[in-house]
Design a protein around this ligand. Structure first.
Ligand code: AMP
Ligand code: MG
Length: 408
């Protein structure tokens, strides 16, 4: 291998170590349903209703009683039932009720026969097939029983949950307040976009990535800008974040060359651990706490910052925000070309997953250098290569993780 990786910390250990220390820190509030989009439910939602609330027709057709059909003679249509307009009159023997989808079935209905299985001659309806009992009737409570838990606490409300809650008549929900996250970038070389670059300067790109990911996660972001590599200014930024935010996320300043600086400061203000993670990209990572605020120090390299945020910080923020978190699914795909890899670290290479003639296949986006941002912007998945794995030949099966909502 040529280099010692024995001191590297596996990703799963790092994640577990952090999650063990963290707990939800966001209070709850009651919000009208439309304003709760993107928020995290503070308590289980039990259904106040049965859904559907009454037995209703799944088809346009005729409500029948099986006894009336026994003789095989046509039935006379006695009236009509529409969605929102039930049939409530007498239903004499030898008759059927015209019924539309979603209409409550009249009392005594055994089945609904779809229109296509009947012949109508004025009000005389001939039934071409014998229906099964219960056919085409959606029973009250068959979707959701009254009192059943429809959404557990910790669910983040997406467009998929909104109509579900509305269908139950839920007008307001108890949700957690958003997590407040302070961010800053460190580095004397960094300039904000919209300003000219002097020789040796680069634009601060990480802050825009981190801000965008925080927005996707529904966090409130306090952007403290770029802080130069100057102890007094860094110290002031740490103190401000500690006073105003639940979490502080910085990028840069955690690599071997710079860690001492940050460490000295944070050892005075709080506690900090510097980790060398057994992942690539993203080796240096810092985790710690100020008196009131959790601290995540991401590496400065732009791709490393994004990947460590996605893999490590995202689940940690979810826990702090009271949100249940599941990683996107991992799939198996065929490597359509060889992939460079040396054993020692878990690789999150950036790939393009597509449907090939023989199933899913994946290609690399090119240079996997952690400073090459185009490798991430052109990708739609990670190619997750196991720690001890070496070079991958074309045709080998690899694990891929399509990007989840954070990066889309
Ligand atoms: P550092 O972790 O501070 O040693 O930075 C590692 C590399 O990432 C250096 O090449 C930095 O110039 C670069 N870098 C650090 N922070 C940023 C940033 N906010 N935006 C773009 N590049 C950065
Ligand atoms: Mg730096």
């Amino acid at each position: 291998m040529g280099f010692d990786t024995s001191g590297l910390l596996p990703l799963s250990d790092a994640l577990q170590g952090m999650l063990e220390q963290l707990a939800c820190c966001c209070d709850s509030e009651q919000l009208p349903l439309p304003e709760a989009l993107g928020r995290v439910l503070a308590s289980d939602i039990a259904s106040p209703l049965a859904v559907p609330p009454f037995d209703n027709s799944a088809m346009d057709g005729y409500a029948v009683r099986l006894a009336d059909l026994a003789s095989g003679t046509p039935l006379i249509m006695v009236g009509k039932a529409f969605a929102g307009q039930p049939y409530q009159d007498e239903w004499p023997a030898g008759h059927c009720v015209r019924i539309m989808t979603g209409a409550p079935v009249p009392e005594g209905t055994d089945a609904v026969v779809m229109q296509e299985e009947t012949l109508a001659d004025g009000d005389r309806i001939t039934f071409l097939a014998q229906p099964e009992p219960g056919q085409n009737i959606r029973r009250a409570g068959s979707d959701i029983g009254k009192g059943a838990c429809v959404l557990p606490a910790g669910t983040r409300l997406t467009p998929r949950e909104m109509p579900l809650l509305a269908s139950l008549g839920v007008a307001t929900v108890a949700v957690r307040r958003p997590l407040k996250v302070a961010i800053f970038s460190t580095g004397d070389e960094l300039k904000p976009v919209g300003t000219p670059l002097a020789h040796g300067d680069i634009y601060d790109s990480n802050r825009y990535g981190v801000r965008a990911m925080l927005a996707r996660l529904g966090c409130d972001c306090l952007d403290l800008g770029i802080i130069p590599d100057d102890p007094a200014q860094l110290c002031a930024a740490f103190i401000r974040a500690d006073a105003e935010a639940d979490v502080l996320i910085t990028t840069g300043g955690v690599s071997v060359g710079e860690a001492d600086f940050t460490k000295q400061l944070l050892d005075e203000l709080g506690e900090i651990g510097f980790w060398k993670l057994a992942i690539k990209p993203g080796k240096p990572f810092a985790f710690g706490r100020l008196p009131h605020t959790w601290f995540f120090g991401l590496p400065g390299n732009p791709v490393s910052a994004m990947v460590t945020f996605d893999q490590l910080v995202q689940p940690a923020l979810a826990k702090l925000a009271g949100q249940r978190f599941e990683r996107p699914l991992q799939l198996q795909a065929i490597a359509a070309e060889p992939l460079k890899k040396s054993p020692g670290r878990l690789d999150f290479q950036r790939g393009i997953l597509s449907q090939g003639p023989n199933g899913l296949e994946v290609r690399s986006t090119g240079s996997q250098d952690s400073a090459v941002f185009s490798s991430l912007s052109r990708a739609n998945c990670y190619i997750v290569l196991e720690r001890e794995r070496g070079r991958v030949a074309a045709g080998e099966t690899v694990t891929v993780e399509p990007f989840g909502g954070l990066l889309l």
